[in-house]
Design a protein around this ligand. Sequence first.
Ligand SMILES: [Zn+2]
Ligand SMILES: [Zn+2]
Length: 310
Amino acid sequence: MAIANTTARAQGFSPVERPWEQPWYAASGTDIGVFGWIMLIHATALVGLVMYPIPGWPVFLGALALAFIGGLGTTVAYHRAIAHRSVTLNPWARGVLTFVAMFNGSGAPASWASRHRQHHAQADTADDVSSPIFGGFWWAHLRWLWQTGPSPMDHYGRDLKAPSYIVWRYFQIPILTLSYLGPLYFGFAAFFWLGAIRLCFALHAQCFVNSVCHTEPGIVPGEDSSRNVRWLGLMHLMQGENWHRNHHSRPGWARLGWNWRQPDIGYLTILALEKLGLAYDVRDGRPHANPSGRDSLDTGRDADALEPAA
Ligand SMILES: [Zn+2]
Ligand SMILES: [Zn+2]
């Protein structure tokens, strides 16, 4: 019961329920749209794989390019810059990266980042929103996306209530509509591959970080379950998110791959943006000037103290 009560406190669930004990299809009231969206893209992707199993190089490479650009939006802007503040982005660069992350199905930045801070702050406890130890593999991989209720903005995202973050919520449906339907302009093979199949691929690449990168055999609740998963680097197109144990060890670092054998294109992108003057205050172990005067967020436990930011 202690577990149920802590979960209820953090996420607003009934004290007598643990959300992972509900049927998989029982979406929370605020997440019905998420559930419907995930079902829609999977159904469409399945039809597409049957009808156009081999789409041709132009369409295939186009889908891969969209997934790559969107993945950079998520790892550089959502994860490293917004959730952890391990790098500060020029507002225009942050805006472009936020758009491509949303186009790739990552949701609005404030909800993504507040959920992610909660994950770090409560990792491997019952309050971890996506713990496979408590909820099992499918809970950690997908179900939490539609069964946990509202994002914990008051606790983990007070600084993200600024208009520059919140405004993106209102663009969510138009951007997803464009992402899903827009490729139809290039024909049916493009509709399926640049749309739903690419969106499913991007979704599961992210979901594997929550599931596989926290599935360590023999781990008991409370122990660090995070791990680096080399094969997942392929699915993340070498952008670095698969080095998840590194990341849990140094959550406030903008660098996830720590040596040349751990590719991290997300970090290289940040270095390139830094050279262009579009990123600064990069926290990666190097001395930095800290012109913003802000600290990076190691775990999200400090989120209470954050003031709204522009
Ligand atoms: Zn994690
Ligand atoms: Zn993180």
